[in-house]
Design a protein around this ligand. Structure first.
Ligand code: APR
Length: 260
């Protein structure tokens, strides 16, 4: 099947679905200039995760960890949502996409305008106190690092989930419930190897639902995908939304024609 045929098939499945849920990873933000983690040029090919994204690393050297997060914040604060993010806003507005579970901490789904977004791994624009749990919103990367809690003057940490840490229970329950209700999972820009996020599409599969994956290369999800669209998220999602809108418009036109 040619690319247009795959887009058409995916679009029709989305239009016929009752409850589509999105799972996104770093790939959807790659075209906003935010580096992904794996694959060529991925962050983990340049930095050691155990030195930067674990509670032990933070306890050992909070300044080094904050230096890395400040560097990432500088990239993310200058990044804007891309056509892929905005296409997901349209799918939500059309009533097709019910919610997005994202592994990204860049906040770009919110910024683009999606209403239902579960940030499984937290959000880099927030900090929290290691002592009193007070939360702060960073409107720009902190000037002095490591930043201190404005309430109790202990250290602030990035409000993200590090390797070896649990995802907040309420978020995980919401994500599992949504995927248990879904009859279609739209999986975009994730290698699918980090758990429990990588398991979520399997829930839909086990319940007899469908999986559409958009990625520039195969992932750990591809083997269970009913449709695999090998392309950049911005291109594939924009084509899907255009096809759906054109189809809905022609349906409306036909209906009005018949009424006359
Ligand atoms: N469009 C679609 N997919 C893309 C694009 C693009 N423009 N660019 C890259 N990709 C794909 C890559 O092929 C890869 O499969 O996005 C995926 C990114 O994978 P990872 O870098 O592993 O990111 P992710 O899956 O989000 O990682 C999950 O791992 O390190 C932790 O907490 C971190 O949330 C992150 C988690």
């Amino acid at each position: 099947m040619d690319f247009e045929g795959i887009i058409e098939k995916a679009s029709n499945l989305l239009m016929d679905s009752n409850f589509t849920i999105g799972l996104t990873g770093a790939g959807i933000s790659a075209e906003s200039g935010i580096p992904t983690f794996r694959g060529k040029n991925g962050l983990w090919s340049k930095f050691k995760v155990e030195e930067l994204a674990t509670p032990e690393a933070f306890n050992r050297n909070p300044k080094l960890v904050w230096k890395w997060y400040k560097w990432r914040m500088e990239i993310i604060f200058n990044a804007r949502p891309n056509a892929g993010h905005y296409a997901l806003v349209e799918l939500e507005r059309l009533g097709i996409l019910k919610c997005i579970v994202t592994q990204n901490v860049d906040g770009l789904h919110h910024l683009a305008g999606n209403k239902c977004v579960i940030e499984l791994h937290g959000n880099i624009r927030r900090g929290r106190c290691i002592k009193c749990n007070y939360k702060v919103i960073f409107n720009e990367p902190p000037e002095n690092i490591p930043p201190k809690c404005p309430k109790c003057f202990n250290l602030l940490r990035p409000d993200v989930v590090w390797f070896g840490e649990a995802i907040p229970k309420n978020k995980l329950e919401r994500a599992f419930n949504l995927f248990s209700k879904a009859d279609l999972a739209l999986v975009i820009g994730t290698s699918g190897i980090v758990q429990p996020a990588g398991y979520l599409p399997y829930i839909v599969k086990e319940n007899g639902g469908l999986i559409i994956e958009i990625n520039v290369e195969k992932s750990a999800i591809t083997s269970i995908a009913d449709i695999f669209i090998k392309d950049k998220a911005s291109i594939a999602l924009s084509k899907i939304v255009k096809y759906i809108k054109d189809k809905l418009t022609s349906k409306l036109y036909d209906a009005s024609e018949n009424e006359l």
